[in-house]
Design a protein around this ligand. Structure first.
Ligand SMILES: Cc1cc2nc3c(=O)[nH]c(=O)nc-3n(C[C@H](O)[C@H](O)[C@H](O)COP(=O)(O)OP(=O)(O)OC[C@H]3O[C@@H](n4cnc5c(N)ncnc54)[C@H](O)[C@@H]3O)c2cc1C
Length: 404
């Protein structure tokens, strides 16, 4: 049988391979780098997993529940709330229905009014009941407009929603579609935000471990796709009647209306050694001032348990090119001034230019038409639906099921 070829071993390509195996195929995956996982990568430094960019698995993701074994991933959950760093003071706000320790701190946090807190409960209840299908059928407005229309006060938006969702959407204006806001809010309120004990890369590694008949060829960058012939950078060519392009199509010389070429959201993730954690728990700390570089922090050492030295992860949401030494200096100054955190040695920093695709017309998963490039050539990737692990998985499934 002609073996289907998948270009790209990110989450979408790996799920496509799983689905093709289920349908009886023996796929080949061509991956440009020496690693599988695409944007989900982890380095282990002194025994501590450092992800390339702070990301979490939302355990309520329907696709993740289908493709992943959570027990085996040994997930560590973040607390269902956040610490807001406000002029060196720390205010805790969270879901008291899921963690009672948040009850008093949330009520008396000074973040938002009593009305805001009631509105959060109301939104929570509304989105728990609303189906995912209904969410993605809604008209789209920006998240910022949605929150204002819902009745939240400016204070609540600026002190909580803006920093929290800027860190998720990787853009500070909350211009991201309200569909994505409702979906992510629903996922947060019905499950946990978690990281596998060995870091996020355990997710693609678990997908690979399920592949029994797939030939994964790393260091095999594709230069272009010509008809049904794949030309590799090393001069090799391969042909197949079924090709799945699990990379942005323009990278291999293809045109696609949905690829949003050049429209990516970026961030920088810095890891610092720290004397001791001021949070002591796996919780996300937010800095509610969008004029600052620092958006969110968490103590990696509080997530993964005892490490030789405490370590802090800092996320900067920016599209600007900032020189490394300037960025480091400014981030250190902001941590001290706004969070009272004295950053020690910089252990690692990751500049991620293409972190999340800027998707117009957010949907749960791409349609069969969206994934069709031409006869025998289909595409998948988060950029076809929304920037999330869930969408990457769903797109891989949709593309694989088009293979005949
Ligand atoms: C900093 C950051 C934070 C995030 N936070 C979250 C989060 O909290 N929750 C969440 O659900 N999602 C999050 N995401 C999004 C999630 O990681 C992505 O949606 C998902 O990993 C995308 O998978 P993909 O297969 O679509 O694409 P990719 O991961 O980009 O995979 C594409 C693959 O193709 C390979 N490739 C490229 N060019 C070629 C070529 N010419 N030939 C062969 N191979 C090639 C690449 O090396 C890569 O392996 C985050 C992403 C980043 C970067």
């Amino acid at each position: 049988m002609n073996r289907p070829i998948i270009i790209g071993a990110g989450i979408s390509g790996l799920v496509a391979a799983l689905e093709l195996e289920k349908a009886g195929y023996f796929p080949i995956i061509l991956e440009a780098t020496n690693k599988i996982g695409g944007r989900v990568k982890t380095d282990v430094i002194n025994g501590t997993p450092l992800d390339h960019g702070f990301q979490v698995l939302l355990t309520a993701y329907p696709e993740a529940q289908h493709y992943l074994d959570y027990d085996q991933l040994d997930l560590i959950n973040f607390l269902p709330g956040s610490v807001i760093f406000d002029k060196k003071e720390m205010r805790k706000i969270g879901d008291p229905l899921r963690d009672s320790s948040f009850l008093w701190s949330t009520l008396f946090s000074g973040i938002g009014s009593l009305r805001d807190k009631l509105l959060v409960l109301f939104l929570n209840r509304k989105l728990k009941k609303k189906s995912i299908k209904a969410i993605f059928n809604e008209a789209e407005i920006s998240t910022a407009t949605y929150l204002r229309d819902f009745g939240f006060s400016d204070g609540m938006i600026h002190q909580f929603f803006q920093p929290f969702f800027a860190g998720i959407f990787l853009e500070k204006e909350l211009s991201t579609s309200s569909r994505m806001f409702e979906f992510v809010f629903k996922m947060f309120s019905t499950g946990n935000a978690a990281i596998p004990r060995r870091g996020m890369e355990a997710i693609p590694l678990q997908l690979v471990s399920q592949l029994k008949r797939t030939d994964i060829r790393t260091n095999s960058a594709v230069r272009e796709l010509d008809g049904n012939t794949i030309k590799l950078e090393n001069g090799e060519t391969l042909s197949s009647n079924n090709i799945i392009v699990a990379v942005s199509p323009e990278l291999i010389g293809l045109k696609s209306d949905r690829s949003n070429a050049h429209k990516w959201k970026s961030c920088v993730n810095l890891y610092f050694e720290i004397k001791e954690s001021v949070l002591q728990k796996p919780i996300i700390g937010l800095v509610p001032d969008k004029s600052l570089l620092v958006n969110n922090v968490h103590y990696v050492s509080d997530v993964f348990g005892k490490a030789e030295k405490a370590m802090l992860s800092v996320t900067v949401v920016t599209d600007e090119l900032i020189a490394d030494e300037v960025l480091e200096r400014e981030v250190r100054a902001e941590l001290l001034l706004h969070c009272n955190i004295q950053a020690g040695k910089l252990v690692k920093s990751y500049v991620i230019k293409k972190a999340l695709p800027n998707v117009n017309g957010v949907q749960y998963e791409p349609t069969p038409e969206d994934v069709a490039i031409r006869t025998g050539v289909h595409c998948c990737g988060d950029y076809l639906a929304n920037g999330s692990l869930n969408a990457a998985m769903a797109s891989g499934r949709v593309a694989a099921r088009m293979v005949k």
